[in-house]
Design a protein around this ligand. Sequence first.
Ligand SMILES: [Zn+2]
Length: 310
Amino acid sequence: MQRSEISFPYPALAGWRWPAVVFTGRRPGPKLAVIAGIHVNETSSIEAVIRLQRLIRPEDLSGEIRIIPVVNLPAVPHRSQYICPIDGKNINFSFPGRPDGTFSEQLAWALLDDWARDADCFIDLHGGDLCENVAHFTVAQQIGDEAFDRRNVEIAACFDAELIVRLAPSHLEKPGRSCTGRATRRQHAAFAEAGRIGIIEERNVEFHLNGVLRVAQLLGMITSAPPKSRAPVFVDEYLWIPAPHDGFYRYHVNPGQKVEQGQVLAVAENTYGDRLGDVRAPVSGYILWSLTHAFVMKDSFVMGLGKPAA
Ligand SMILES: [Zn+2]
């Protein structure tokens, strides 16, 4: 096991050093790169990579596991939600990044092009910023190549997910998640979400940790991993549902729940208790995540909805 603080040769990243660790197995094998903390309040996922470091035993490992426990270091002192405070961008939607872009874009580029360029699989763990409650789900970017797409779904299914989101190849055309950035390079990745409101919870930590172990098992790096307990539902569209009013919101559904088109998902009131309007499901599907804050501004997103294939 080798701990170090790594830096990247891009101007916006000058002076920054990321705590990282590499575990080298006794036998040769694949390379697995694991990150957390693109969103620093998504602590169950960060806790999972901390525990992962205690679990890996080089004598039981074939290949190499490298880990960056917290990617968004500038956000740590501020506990920033979603964004990197240096450029105000969401690193999560900055991949594949640019070597000549802003801090977030250069960091996304450095992670994929420098740090994980030779990795057989890249895992990015998320879920449950201060304002949200997230279902147990994974995202598999599709590129339209049957063998590649099948393998990305196989990797996504290593997590014991309620839902697996298959993102259409059209997502490759604009900046996106790390799994989308990896797919533009025809490289495999897993992207997992579980957690809520910035707290460490055992069921969410286990979802992440056991998922990473099952990916390592799938790659042939370790010989055993905890079994899964459920069959996922596949959804093929990720819809962001905006708030219809500024208001004080009450939420009527939970992450993972199946909802029907037109069903009331949340109700907006003013602070006299007058009903201003409803958030309704635009299509039938499954709740991927829900905001938990009561005060919500018009047009900000209150929920993610996964729409199953027609
Ligand atoms: Zn996140």
